[in-house]
Design a protein around this ligand. Structure first.
Ligand code: FE2
Length: 156
């Protein structure tokens, strides 16, 4: 437990809870991007197939970093899929949508994820947990970048 003696337990719990929600959202987004990678069709197939793969591979790596930060703070990672779906605000998709809708759905999700991590940065900073705050700001940057790339595909 890092800095456990200098940080009130309730502050640490609020950071762990926030990280757990973000991990759940990231796991759903990983699965959704991979579902779209498999099912995308149309003239932009090759570039979207590759972009969706880039997203789910990045998110998969990030899941591990978040989960291990939760453990470093003394928390528990409930890896069940049913818990994952309940915790986050990002919804699943069966992949029966066209390429444009796939892009706009992922763009919206990336905004949600960016907001989630900015909130975590504030929560962590208030709890004097600068390491988690730094991690969360880094995540917000990644999701802002993916949002921009996805949004640039959409008509004005
Ligand atoms: Fe593939």
């Amino acid at each position: 437990m890092l800095d456990a003696l200098t940080r009130p337990r309730e502050d640490e719990d609020s950071v762990i809870d926030a990280l757990s929600r973000s991990l759940a959202e990231l796991r759903v987004e990983t699965a959704k991007a991979q579902t779209f990678h498999w099912n995308v069709r149309g003239i932009s197939f090759q570039s979207l197939h590759a972009l969706f793969q880039k997203i789910y591979e990045e998110h998969f790596t990030a899941q591990d970093i978040l989960a291990e930060r939760i453990k470093a703070l003394g928390g528990h990672v409930d890896g069940r899929l049913e818990t994952t779906l309940r915790l986050g605000t990002i919804s699943e998709c069966d992949g029966y949508i066209n390429a444009g809708k796939m892009v706009s759905r992922l763009a919206l999700d990336q905004k949600i994820l960016s907001d989630t991590f900015l909130q975590i940065a504030t929560t962590a900073e208030n709890a004097n947990d600068i390491v988690t705050s730094d991690l969360a700001i880094g995540r917000a940057k990644v999701h802002d970048q993916f949002w921009w790339i996805l949004d640039a595909h959409l008509p004005e």
